[in-house]
Ligand binder design. Sequence first.
Ligand code: G1P
Length: 285
Amino acid sequence: MKYSVIPAAGLATRFLPASKCIPKELFPVLDKPVIQYIVEESVEAGATNVVFVSGSGKEAILDHFDRINPKFSAKNLKEDVREKVETLDDMIEVISVRQKSPQGLGHAVMKGTFVVPNGESFAVMLPDMLIFSEGGRSVMQEMCSISEKYGCSVIALMEVPAETRGMYGIAEGKTLENGVIDIKKLIEKPTAGETESNLAILGRYIFTPRIAEILRTVKPGRGGEIQLTDAMVSLLAEERILGYVIDSKTHVFDTGNMEGFALANAYAALCRVPDFDKKIAELIK
Ligand code: G1P
């Protein structure tokens, strides 16, 4: 799997005024923009061709992965800092696709598939969902192994409280092996009583090429938008889709809302800023 599609066209009205001129994907979690964490996760899993699907006002995302800014020319930076800003840029191929108007996640992914070579599996990574795995392998790396082993699509799932089911796509299935389920049913943002499952789609997907063809035929669904989950329902009727259920050492933060964004920063600070736990404890007191 060499390609990942990253939908990044959302306007982030929830983050005004911060999002007025700066794309939300470039908001930093400590010293790194959210989108860079996602791109690093993509590269770790082998997907070095990164397809950004975005719209007007989002050009700075592409600039972020360029090397042309003279401010950061080699002679002005210490070696370790230069590595931080340049290494990733060397590893990836940045591909930009426009989504001219917001028509849903499925529509954005469909646009992205126009530049994925025919017949290739690819990843979809939602940049709002920031995932920190304590040591070891990333969620995308685990999903790649499962996809290679079983030769099918794999989506990441997390357990959520029943009362929040309506915020996510929900999967039902049977356990295949530890942490892996054979998906039998998918429902986008279910209403009360529609499902008993608490397994939510968390924004990491590996798809077989068939999804690209299906996406071109999907009709608008929930909210009048073209839903990726609806395309997955059609894919499930033809092919197996497995779910990788993340473990308790994997922390997911929805940086698309204030609470998740603040928690992501707090978690990163707890990991990287010396004595941050003590300082926060003092502040709480
Ligand atoms: C999208 C997907 C949904 C998934 C969610 C994860 O919804 O449609 O299936 O559970 O991302 O964040 P959105 O949050 O864009 O409404």
